[in-house]
Design a protein around this ligand. Structure first.
Ligand code: TRP
Length: 445
């Protein structure tokens, strides 16, 4: 996910308060390094328009029909984040369902740019979701921690700092509960110097040759003053989606010069926030041009989690009151939600009882919708809030309870993660998975 505190934004808002220029409306900006909601003529921050970004980038919105097929093929009720549209868009998800139906595996791939040691709930969502996907499909998973990316793109960060962030973040990710037998987590600076990366490097050099400066400039807004590492990094995040980059996962020799041709045919599925799509458009547009053509990776896109301040805001690693951190104490969580969560309730108790509240803009309700799995309970909260029966304080209490339980559960698991666990997950090795237990038989087979 794009780093949560794009420095340009902070600089902009400071400058605005200092010189107080007449605010001007601007459109939303979504790219891997900068995510900002639109503002209106008065400078008010608007909600993200996800349908607009999907239309602009030509992604496919997830429909009820697709979710029905998902349930039919996998035998699992779609995760609440699919049911409720937090994961709202995709590319070629059907193809993964076809493959699973036939009893063949695909590779799951996701990642994180480790730019700080404090992960917040917005950071854990893609991993929670990826774990659920892995449980449902029983397929191998790679998780890429791009310490090289953050070093290249963040002026101030030192190499050793981002490496340490990557190690801490990897432990956080392990705490989500991934199965070590099916999961390879790698930190770029370690893996790319390990010797196991031979096929990854060959893929990346080959891919680099396919992409011109003009293409990355178009995709990412680079210019002549962008460092050359940033240009090249794009290829790494792209070829990380090729199963052929990780022969050892499949029990194949990583020391040979030639890459495995059968592996180049393996499908990949990438759950990620929508801001990462530009990377993966690049790989989708060019993967068929590899000497061993690779299929286009499929994608599953999420929205951004609402910050405590409300829709359009972003959770930030540099503003503690914008987000619930995975390191927060129960008391901090309670204070943050009570004092900082934007309320869709009315100004006074009397007005609230009379007019009712608006759950759609109520941050406590939004967070409940991320974490409360019970659809009926959630619908009841919304209804009672609208009627003015449920008060802002009631909604916040429900939210505090569920968030406290989530963070506490995480912290308990995090405490148990050792350096030894980290070493196991990050060691290149053959993975084991079972896939679809009841594949549809091939005709005549
Ligand atoms: N570029 C991503 C970030 O800054 C990290 C990343 C690498 C990633 N590979 C990915 C994210 C695949 C999602 C999916 O956070």
């Amino acid at each position: 996910m794009a780093d949560a505190e794009p420095p340009a934004v902070a600089a902009l808002s400071l400058a605005e308060t200092a010189t107080a220029p007449v605010p001007r409306a601007h459109e939303q900006e979504i790219n891997p390094w900068d995510v900002q909601a639109a503002t209106d003529e008065q400078g008010n921050v608007l909600e993200f328009d996800y349908e607009a970004i999907s239309a602009k980038w030509n992604t496919t919105l997830i429909t009820p029909a697709l979710l029905e097929r998902f349930e039919r093929v996998t035998g699992h009720k779609p995760h609440r984040w699919l049911r409720r549209g937090l994961f709202f868009s995709h590319r070629d998800l059907e193809r993964c369902l076809d493959i699973y139906e036939r009893g063949e595996p695909f590779l799951l791939y996701t990642g994180r740019g480790p730019s700080s040691d404090s992960m917040h709930i917005g950071h854990t969502i893609p991993f929670e979701f990826t774990k659920w996907m892995q449980d449902v499909f029983d397929v191998p998973l790679v998780i890429m921690l791009t310490d090289d990316e953050k070093f290249l793109f963040k002026e101030k960060l030192k190499q050793v700092e981002v490496y340490q962030f990557a190690r801490d973040n990897a432990k956080d990710i392990i705490s989500i509960g991934f199965d070590v037998r099916k999961t390879f987590i790698y930190i770029d600076s370690e893996f790319f110097t390990s010797g196991y990366n031979r096929h990854f490097s060959l893929n990346s050099t080959e891919f680099e040759k396919l992409i011109t400066n003009n293409q990355v400039r178009g995709a990412f807004g680079f210019d002549g003053s962008t460092n050359i590492g940033s240009n090249a990094f794009a290829a790494k995040q792209c070829v990380a989606a090729f199963a052929s980059s990780y022969p050892f996962i499949f029990g194949l020799d990583h020391t040979t010069y030639n890459r495995s041709k059968p592996l180049s045919k393996m499908q990949c599925l990438i759950p990620c926030a929508i801001d990462q799509d530009p990377y993966f458009r690049l790989v989708r547009d060019n993967c068929s041009r590899m000497a061993h053509p690779h299929p286009k990776p499929a994608l599953l896109h999420s929205k951004f989690l609402t910050s405590l301040q409300g829709a359009g805001g972003k959770m930030s690693a540099s503003n503690p009151n914008s987000a619930i951190y995975m390191s927060d104490t129960p008391n901090q969580i309670k204070k943050k939600i009570n004092n900082h969560a934007f309320s869709g309730g009315q100004e006074t108790l009397e007005l609230h009882r009379e007019l009712g509240g608006n759950p759609d803009i109520d941050v406590a309700f939004q967070y409940l919708s991320y974490f409360e799995d019970d659809d009926e309970k959630l619908a009841r909260f919304a209804e009672e809030y609208r009627k003015g029966v449920m008060l802002t304080g009631d909604m916040k209490k429900e939210c505090v309870d569920i968030m406290t339980a989530y963070v506490k559960g995480f912290q308990e698991k995090r405490k148990a993660v050792t350096d030894e666990d980290l070493l196991q997950f990050t060691t290149p090795r053959k993975l084991e998975w079972k896939g679809n237990p009841n594949p549809v038989k091939k005709e005549g087979g």
